[in-house]
Design a protein. Structure first.
Length: 216
């Protein structure tokens, strides 16, 4: 079976693309899947996390710093021994974001509950539509107590589907990255909520990918 590919894409930075990519990869590995991570971001945040994790074979890490080469790299990985390929993209670099979207089965667009994030979604959503790609918005750093959250969800719904699965604000997400882990792997009660969130989000992504492949 050809590996199913998910791209994390957003025109704006600071929306947790790398955090979500690493968390989904580790969740997939915990379920027995073979996962290839592709770091297409010049800052190489995902690659740094992988190095701190001890450079494991699974998830494997592949770095691409070439807009044109990204599609070829993903195609090669899809045909390899991997079950899933997860691509982390940079903000603002629309040519590279477009290449990742073109190569993906599913595109996740992380968004924080802020007017600046909502204003920045249009370019990525439009590229997804242009290529007929399955995509969905996922709220990150979310807090159900924020009055802005429902308004953000309403605004996003006008541009595409919004996943019910959210990643709430929790310092465990940031703390885990510094030691090559994910929030779900942290010890104590602090990890309970992220563990459930990540598992639920991964289930949603798998369903989207399955539907996208069947629709081809």
């Amino acid at each position: 079976m050809t590996a199913r590919t998910t791209a994390l894409a957003a025109a704006k930075g600071g929306v947790a693309k790398s955090t979500i990519a690493s968390a989904l990869a580790v969740q997939a590995v915990s379920e027995g899947a073979r996962v290839a991570l592709v770091d297409a971001e010049p800052q190489a945040s995902l690659g740094l996390w992988w190095e701190r994790r001890g450079e494991p074979d699974n998830p494997g890490m592949f770095t691409v710093d070439d807009d044109r080469g990204l599609g070829r790299a993903v195609a090669k990985l899809r045909a390899g021994p991997w079950d899933y390929v997860i691509v982390d993209t940079p903000p603002a670099m629309m040519d590279r974001i477009e290449a990742a979207i073109r190569a993906a089965d599913v595109v996740l667009i992380p968004v924080r509950a802020s007017i600046f994030d909502v204003e920045a979604i249009a370019p990525v959503a439009e590229v997804c539509k242009d290529y007929g790609k399955t995509y969905a918005f996922v709220l990150s750093h979310a807090d159900p107590k924020w009055r802005l959250l429902p308004a953000t969800i309403d605004a996003l719904s006008d541009c595409g589907p919004v996943l019910a699965e959210q990643l709430r604000y929790n310092q465990a997400y940031a703390t885990a990255l510094t030691v090559g882990k994910t929030a779900a792997e942290m010890s104590g009660r602090v990890a309970a909520e992220p563990r459930a969130e990540i598992a639920a989000l991964w289930e949603a992504v798998k369903k989207l990918a399955t539907a996208a492949v069947k629709a081809r």
